[in-house]
Design a protein around this ligand. Structure first.
Ligand code: F6R
Length: 609
């Protein structure tokens, strides 16, 4: 996610804006930019690439670059490649209105082609429509503040999507800030005020924080803060924050991993938002492979958690679109004698970072076979996007914890979209599925709200064991595999994920009262069979914790404990089951005192074969 910062006060803005940008560097960024203004002058400076804040600072040192109002931006690209041209702030045609933005404007293309068709755009971003829209409203010097606020309000009324913005206007002695579905705070100082998307950006300057609420629009000046919502002035409480900067970076959570688990609903919302307009799915890529996708197949290549997401994707796409999907570990695919017909197989590479060496190699191999390649990734401009013919972005935002969490559910969200997009199901069935997909963020939130405490209790219990099995079937088999991977990598407990029906073909020999089994038992066509498997497991003395739907009373008779999830149709159950297992792994590792965000011997991005 992008970070935005603003300052208006008695001091020089430049060093404050740079310091604030440094404070949000931990979130990851690919470019940055600042604007400082005073006395009717506005100057913008931008830099792209890793370390660009350093370069920006170096390029400005010694220069006479004064002004007591400033805005800044660190960009995590979503629309348009990471480059200086696409870095914020973005300006209107006259260079008098500057905007920094965090969020996604869904309808920017139609605004560009419609209402703003006579404007010249300098970037490929969704953001640039905002200053142009604001400039459409004529502003005279009379009641200047009020008019600027009204112009921003009117511009915002055109936008669909999410935003936190800060607007600077030439000759205006303040800043306008507004938010919808993206966080924004005001730091209150003494004859100075700060604005930021992230509290950690301002805590070094002040701990007096106002949290703007949904739909708020604020006019922030050196000595005043005016906030309005739905046309009327509102008062927002100022709070004294006792957090350290480190606490603030993690949003008050002890670890990035827990913060990111709590961001799973948002990760699904943002991912869906990019591709859903009303009841239409537009993935923005051409699926044609010498004719139609029909009669062809998809081969997915991936590693680790992304591989498990891909296996789940296979079940999802085959169920919804009835299109055959094969999944290969990239590291295996690279050296196997695959028979691939490039005219019939589309290869999809699933990779959060877009930099995993094995996955990149597999993509290159697929291209040598003449296959069309599609990257499904979180990182704009990453190597995978440069190799692929087409890219579909998940929009999980920067993932800092080494263990993938919010990117996994975003990958699943893409597979639901893909499955529906490629399906030929009757319209009413399509709409039902789409409605259920849109409810998934809410379902995910319910799991976080209702089960977190209960899961901590089970985690305390699990933390005493050295071996744990995870079992599931069908679309939840890869979720069991993901649960086991997450537990082993962060808690160092030996964990194995298995197809529930397979235990009797070997692993039964390991079952004792010291090998707890986590069984995914949510409804579906394999429910009875899995329940049968659970009875077999119990008969071998192993304790069983089931993940079951909220009204399932039957399951309690056969297991030792139950973690509840909301009812969904079987194909959508992986979302809530995943969140349960991510929380379970997190709390177990915490109980064992492990270094959760940086597990031993592991790296976030595996750039070697
Ligand atoms: C596990 C984990 C890894 C990654 C794997 C692939 O929690 O994060 O298994 O999933 O290294 O990484 P990407 O998706 O970046 O290709």
């Amino acid at each position: 996610m992008c970070g935005i910062v603003g300052y208006v006060g008695k001091k020089e803005a430049l060093p404050i804006i740079l310091k604030s940008l440094r404070r949000i560097e931990y979130r990851g960024y690919d470019s940055c930019g600042i604007l400082v203004q005073d006395d009717g002058k506005m100057e913008v400076h931008k830099s792209a690439g890793s370390g660009s804040i350093d370069r920006l600072e170096a390029s400005l040192s010694g220069s006479k670059y004064e002004g007591k109002i400033g805005i800044g931006h660190s960009r995590w690209a979503t629309h348009g490649a990471p480059s200086e041209k696409n870095a914020h702030p973005h300006l209107d045609s006259k260079g008098e209105i500057a905007v920094v933005h965090n969020g996604i404007i869904e309808n920017y293309q139609s605004i560009k082609e419609g209402f703003l068709s006579n404007c010249v755009f300098k970037s490929e971003t969704d953001t640039e429509v905002i200053p142009h829209l604001i400039s459409k409203k004529k502003v005279s010097s009379e009641k200047f503040d009020w008019q600027i606020k009204e112009a921003v309000k009117e511009a915002l009324s055109y936008l669909k999507g999410s935003y936190a913005i800060i607007v600077a206007v030439k000759g205006f002695d303040g800043l306008v800030a507004a938010r919808k579905e993206s966080p924004l705070i005001i730091g209150v100082g003494d004859r100075e005020n700060f604005i930021a998307s992230d509290m950690s950006a301002v805590l070094e300057q002040t701990n007096r924080i106002i949290f703007l609420e949904e739909g708020d629009i604020a006019v922030v000046k050196k000595d005043s803060i005016y906030i309005e919502n739905s046309g009327s002035e509102v008062k927002r409480e100022e709070r004294l924050i006792e957090w350290t900067i480190e606490d603030a970076e993690k949003g008050g959570y002890e670890h990035f991993m827990l913060k990111e688990i709590y961001e799973e609903p948002r990760s699904i919302i943002d991912t869906l938002r990019g591709y859903l307009a009303e009841d239409e799915i537009n993935l923005g890529i051409d699926f044609k492979m010498e004719g139609d996708v029909k009669g062809k197949s998809i081969l997915m290549v991936a590693c680790g958690t992304s591989y498990y997401a891909a296996v789940c994707g296979k079940y999802i796409i085959e169920n919804l679109a009835k299109l055959p999907v094969h999944v290969e570990l990239a590291s295996e695919f690279n050296y196997a004698d695959f028979v691939l017909d490039g005219t019939k197989v589309m290869v999809m590479a699933i990779t959060q970072s877009g930099e995993t060496a094995d996955t990149l190699m597999a993509m290159k191999k697929a291209k040598r076979y003449g296959c069309k390649t599609v990257a499904i990734t979180n990182v704009l401009g990453s190597s995978a996007t440069r190799i692929a013919d087409e890219t579909i972005y998940i929009r999980a935002g920067p993932e800092i914890g080494v263990a993938a969490t919010k990117s996994f559910v975003a990958q699943l969200a893409i597979f639901y979209l893909l499955g529906l997009f490629l399906s030929e199901m009757p319209a009413s069935e399509f709409v039902d599925h789409l409605e259920e997909l849109k409810r998934m963020p809410q379902v995910a939130q319910m799991v976080l709200d209702d089960e977190n405490v209960n899961i901590q209790k089970h985690a305390r219990y699990l933390s005493r064991y050295e071996h744990v099995f995870f079992v599931g079937r069908g679309v939840n088999l890869p979720i069991a595999l993901e649960g086991a991977l997450k537990l082993k990598e962060i808690s160092y407990i030996h964990a194995e994920g298995y197809a529930a029906g397979e235990l009797k073909h070997g692993p039964f020999a390991l079952l004792t009262e010291d090998t707890p089994v986590i069984a995914i038992l949510t409804p579906g066509n394999t429910y009875e069979k899995t329940l049968g498997n659970v009875k077999e497991i119990k008969a071998r003395g192993a304790p069983v914790i089931a993940i079951a739907e909220e009204s399932d009373e039957e399951v309690e008779k056969y297991v030792d404990a139950v973690i509840r999830v909301p009812r969904t149709s079987a194909i959508f159950s992986p979302i809530s089951n995943t969140i349960v297992l991510h929380l379970l792994a997190y709390w177990t590792a915490k109980e064992r005192g492990c270094e959760i965000d940086k597990p031993r011997n592991l790296a976030k991005s595996v750039t070697v074969e």
